[in-house]
Write a protein that binds this ligand. Structure first.
Ligand code: PMV
Length: 361
């Protein structure tokens, strides 16, 4: 899909050097993608909220190579510094994309990238970084060939390419919310790319907040890549995929109706199911820390006491996503300062919220 061997620059009419820049956000899955096959294809559909403040800026500069060769020439800077490990990974990814972007071998490329949040913090940046890179590549294709003029085509290819880099990244392309994985609950949904889901959201969810409580900044003992692979031998894998499919349909209904309680129940059940799957893998592993558990109890106790619709989610790590409607911002911020911050590493948390999606700079 999206392979096109005709996307080659005519050397008798080379382009001027140029640059494209994208800012792309991270996203939080409410229905989790956990388990994959083939080339980053999901075992179950997932649904995410697109975030706003946790994002990656990527600039891609290009110049036509006067002396043709058969390799991709890449200079790579992360937060202004050369980074050999990231360069090697990015180069391998770009090599794998030459059937989609054959012109990459004809250009000298410079990528400069950086996150809005400090790096090596235990906050996954693959969704924002891979989506921003995919958007740059699609903008580059469009600048050179004018082939992605239609916004929907552009987004679909960007989502498809982002998926090849990191599965969950394909959902970051769209504002507010996205669905990835074929499901009868969302017409037009696909395993190959995500589709926009803002239209499914009751206005209550467009103003949702997601404050990220940083419990640990250490590198995870088991990567997401290894975690997905362990699902292959997990005895609960099949029931889990069925559960995710059914929950996605219930979540779509709750999102449409503005049903915060059902939304919150599904969000928490999904987060705990994700971690339960890790505990039931062979070998088993545990990414939650004592402070994660402490905070989960506090969140449930606060909800019981105040009746405020505040819920948690977890990614594949110990940090907590605190989900609540915008009207509660001042209450929740006060509560974080007073009661939750002490369980965060260096008192650290990140304010985030449902956002408008990527932006070309
Ligand atoms: O995109 P990956 O391969 O890093 O996997 C992400 C998996 C979760 O973040 C745990 C869930 C999800 O759907 O984003």
């Amino acid at each position: 899909m999206f392979e096109n061997s005709r996307l080659l620059i005519d050397s008798s009419n080379p382009p001027e050097p140029g640059q494209v820049i994208w800012r792309s956000p991270s996203n939080l899955a409410i229905i989790k993608y956990w388990g994959k096959y083939g080339r980053q294809l999901p075992r179950n559909p997932s649904l995410s909220l697109t975030l706003a403040s946790s994002c990656t800026d990527t600039s891609l500069e290009y110049a036509f190579k006067e002396e043709p060769d058969n390799q991709i020439d890449l200079d790579f800077f992360f937060h202004g510094e050369e980074n050999d490990a990231f360069r090697a990974k990015t180069l391998a990814f770009l090599e794998s994309l030459t059937p989609h972007f054959p012109f990459l071998r004809q250009l000298q490329l410079t990528i400069q990238t950086g996150n809005s949040f400090p790096h090596s913090t235990g906050i996954a940046s693959s969704a924002s970084s891979m989506s921003s890179l995919a958007l740059c590549l699609c903008s580059l294709e469009d600048a050179l060939f004018g082939t992605l003029q239609d916004g929907a085509d552009f987004d679909r290819k960007a989502s498809y390419i982002a998926r090849l880099g990191s599965g969950s990244a394909c959902r970051s392309i769209f504002p507010h919310a996205a669905v990835w994985g074929a499901t009868p609950a969302v017409p037009g949904s696909s395993d190959e790319f995500a589709v926009p889901a803002a239209g499914l959201l009751h206005p209550a969810f467009k103003d949702f907040h997601d404050d990220i409580l940083i419990v640990s900044t250490e590198e995870k003992a088991v990567s997401s890549r290894a975690g997905h692979a362990l699902m292959e031998g997990n005895p609960y894998a099949e029931p889990r995929y069925a559960q995710a499919k059914a929950r996605l349909s219930s979540l779509v209904q709750a999102l449409q109706e503005g049903d915060l309680e059902t939304f919150g129940k599904i969000a928490e059940d999904e987060a705990l199911a994700l971690h339960a799957l890790m505990m039931c893998s062979n070998p088993s592993y545990l990414l939650m820390q004592p402070n994660t558990i402490e905070l989960l109890h506090k969140i449930r106790a606060y909800r019981a006491e105040t009746k405020h619709p505040v819920y948690f989610s977890l990614d594949a790590g110990p940090n907590i996503h605190l989900l609540y409607p915008g009207e509660l911002v001042s209450d929740i911020r006060g509560w974080i300062e007073e009661d939750l911050k002490e369980h965060c590493v260096d008192g650290w948390f990140i304010h985030d919220w449902v956002g408008e999606g990527p932006e070309e700079l």
